[in-house]
Design a protein. Structure first.
Length: 289
């Protein structure tokens, strides 16, 4: 007896076919490590304001380890006012040190990303940013503006900025416009009076949507202000950093499963990100299916 042809060419049916086998999707480890009440509070703040400050994510020992690892990497200063001519930036951080991994895959951050984006969302970039004395305020912008889709719209990206040094109103704390994630293309920031500084102690981080208008603050003090920022995006978008060229296989095998997934060692159904029709994890020697 001839079996009926159940594949009618529809994309929906094709998406249901697990072409990557058991490697198709990996869920983040956030769900078992967070307080659900705290998470709901974080989520409500993000939806209403476009951001939330996550307090006390990192201990002093963790901050000391990060500072020790990234300080020797500092040196290059910005090439334009957006990067900051008095700001040191370190790119391709994952290839250079493991000390910053927990900034990327902290459970409280992943829990928000799990709820915000489709499964197998990606890391878009990881940077060290050290704002030196005398730096001017960065121009206001929203991080997913390079994706040419009209606003208002859901965010296509999100970011955290983690304070290694305390963030103050005078040393370059990130400036934010609460609620601006809801603006359309017909509205632009008028003046800095609309901004508030993300004042927070060392070890805390601000999580904000890619549609939120913000910018680095001016450093009017005599000391540098050290921070890390990680940006994330939907799994069907191009990342800012080219991790396939910048991060070696040796490093990919050493990072957490969450980071490995966010680097692109995953498949967004039905086949985005595949290698030879299968999960890119197979290129790491994982042949369990």
């Amino acid at each position: 007896m001839t079996q009926p042809n159940t594949f009618d060419g529809s994309l929906k049916l094709f998406e249901s076919i697990d072409i990557a086998g058991t490697h198709r999707r990996t869920h983040s480890n956030a769900i078992d490590q967070i307080d659900p009440v705290q998470h709901d509070t974080d989520w409500d703040a993000v939806q209403e304001q476009g951001y939330v400050i996550l307090h006390d994510l990192f201990s002093q020992r963790e901050l000391d380890d990060i500072r020790k690892a990234v300080t020797p990497l500092l040196g290059h200063q910005g090439r334009n006012p957006f990067e900051g001519v008095n700001t040191q930036r370190v790119y391709n951080v994952l290839e250079k040190t493991r000390a910053c991994d927990r900034v990327v895959d902290h459970p409280r951050v992943l829990a928000l990303l799990d709820r915000l984006f489709l499964p197998n969302y990606l890391l878009s970039q990881l940077q060290v940013i050290n704002i030196l004395p005398g730096e001017a305020a960065q121009g206001l912008h929203h991080d997913d503006s390079f994706y040419p889709i009209r606003r208002p719209r859901p965010p296509l990206g999100a970011a955290i900025v983690m304070a290694v040094d305390p963030f103050t109103a005078d040393n370059g704390a990130t400036r934010l416009i609460p609620g601006s994630h809801k603006w359309g293309d017909d509205r632009q920031p008028i003046s800095s009076d609309e901004c508030i500084p993300a004042v927070m102690p060392a070890g805390s981080a601000i999580f904000f949507l890619g549609t939120l208008w913000h910018g680095g603050g001016a450093n009017r003090t005599e000391n540098a202000r050290l921070a890390l920022t990680a940006q994330y995006c939907e799994p069907w978008l191009r990342q800012q950093e080219n991790f396939s060229r910048g991060v070696s296989t040796e490093v990919v095998n050493r990072v957490s499963e969450d980071i490995r997934r966010m680097l692109g060692y995953s498949v967004h159904g039905p086949f985005m990100g595949m290698v030879d029709g299968m999960s890119p994890k197979r290129t790491l020697g994982d042949r369990q299916d």
